[in-house]
Design a protein around this ligand. Structure first.
Ligand SMILES: NC(=O)c1ccc[n+]([C@@H]2O[C@H](COP(=O)([O-])OP(=O)(O)OC[C@H]3O[C@@H](n4cnc5c(N)ncnc54)[C@H](O)[C@@H]3O)[C@@H](O)[C@H]2O)c1
Ligand SMILES: [Zn+2]
Ligand SMILES: [Zn+2]
Length: 381
């Protein structure tokens, strides 16, 4: 947090004929930024620009851009993808082979590099982020989408990242009509996963957090049943909701800075601080433990490296499908914008605090500390 500041930076320049430049109108904090600010993902350099969820107006288009014109109002996927490689052709956009211009770091950590992401460290391409007046968008035809007139900026903003992420968790987690779904985390991502599960036909969706204001939003706008893990017996409630069988799909939307009452949390925190593990995976452990036999667990929360006490035995013996991914925004954004236009998917309640970009440091502090009920801080450059 101490390293955050609002400063003048050079305006972006076109580097490629497929680039567009967008004048940013709204840009928003994400839980993923907290992992960068907290130093848990140590590949940021001084002067890097944060931000990967944004809407704005196209002000420049490269010679090879076909879909966009100057003046278009667009929302842009947080991941940078070429649209042409083998992975993009499978709609696995966040795994694009050409989106990360700096693949060596993640190749050495994970075997292969995923795509790049705006404002998300040099490990993810080192692209300047959206908390700025202007941003260069590589592969503009692939990553930017024109917003329908019926959808205002504030609603469309969340199609960039949170809504696409939540939808992916429900979709690739395999939510089917009649399922019971449990979602850990009621931040923007968890709320969007809950809403997607409802829209995909889940019979019941239970959402777990300790902040009542977030749980109340999930009940009101997503149609989910709130569980406060400090007050309620979550395990008992999930059994009760499923006739003793356990949820069909468990979606984890918490990430590497999970909180948990009790000794397991202290153990995880000490190991993380000593760099004996990179992540605190308590919500993933809970999701694996609570899932029904033969069920599925989808990890949306961001994890960087290695964890301890991963319940491999439960995963194997219960026949679980455990998956995770960074979001494939380009696959979902057009459908999300349609649903937003029809009013099926609302997101603007997530923008609890809207302020000028000059107040960015304060906005991040409020978001991190959940001060004044902050769910997301939106900045207007
Ligand atoms: N996969 C992707 O592409 C993608 C995209 C966006 C965000 N993310 C990740 O998703 C996660 C959530 O993002 P967000 O913006 O909603 O973050 P957020 O910080 O606003 O919300 C996280 C929520 O989890 C809750 N929580 C903490 N410990 C918990 C526990 N043990 N059980 C239940 N809830 C718990 C917190 O109280 C908080 O409300 C982050 O890790 C973020 O990095 C992933
Ligand atoms: Zn994000
Ligand atoms: Zn690609």
């Amino acid at each position: 947090m101490n390293d955050l500041a609002v400063r003048d930076v050079p305006d972006p320049e076109m580097r490629n004929e497929q680039d567009i430049v967008v004048k940013v109108r709204k840009t928003v904090t994400c839980g993923s930024d907290l992992h960068l600010i907290g130093g848990y993902i140590p590949f940021m350099s001084r002067g890097d620009v944060l931000g990967h969820e944004f809407v704005g107006e196209v002000v420049e288009v490269g010679a090879q851009v076909r879909k966009h014109r100057v003046g278009d109002r667009v929302v842009v996927s947080s991941f940078v993808s070429c649209g042409r490689c083998w992975f993009c052709s499978q709609e696995l956009y966040s795994l694009c082979d050409n989106g990360n211009t700096n693949p060596a770091i993640t190749e050495s950590m994970w075997g292969f590099a995923p795509g790049g992401c705006f404002g998300y460290s040099h490990a993810m391409g080192g692209f300047a982020g959206s908390h700025a007046e202007y941003i260069r968008v590589p592969f503009g035809d692939v990553g930017a989408f024109t917003i329908p007139d019926e959808v205002d900026d504030l609603r469309a903003l969340f199609a960039s990242d949170s809504a696409a992420t939540g939808w992916m968790g429900a979709d690739l987690g395999g939510v089917k009509p009649g399922d019971v779904v449990a979602v850990w985390g009621a931040g923007a991502v968890g709320q969007m996963a809950a809403r997607a599960s409802v829209l995909l036909g889940a019979e019941r969706v239970l959402i777990i957090d300790r902040y009542d204001n977030r749980l109340d939003q999930a009940a009101k706008f997503a149609g989910a049943e709130p569980l406060n893990y400090v007050r309620d017996d979550v395990g008992a409630a999930l059994l009760e909701a499923t006739g003793g069988r356990g949820p069909d799909v468990c979606i984890e939307a918490v990430g590497m800075e999970a909180h948990r009452p009790g000794p397991q949390h202290a153990y995880d925190q000490v190991k993380q601080q000593l760099r004996l593990q990179t992540d605190r995976p308590s919500a993933v452990r809970d999701a694996i433990y609570q899932a029904r036999k033969g069920g599925s667990v989808f990890v949306l929360g961001v994890y960087a490296g290695f964890v301890d006490k991963f319940p491999l035995g439960a995963m194997m013996n219960k026949g679980l499908t455990v998956r995770g991914a960074q979001m494939h925004g380009q696959r979902y954004i057009p459908m999300l914008l349609d649903r937003m236009a029809r009013g099926e998917l609302v997101t603007e309640h997530l923008a609890t605090h809207v302020m000028p970009l000059d107040r960015g440091v304060e906005g991040y502090r409020m978001f991190k500390d959940k001060e004044d009920g902050c769910v997301r801080a939106v900045f207007e450059p």
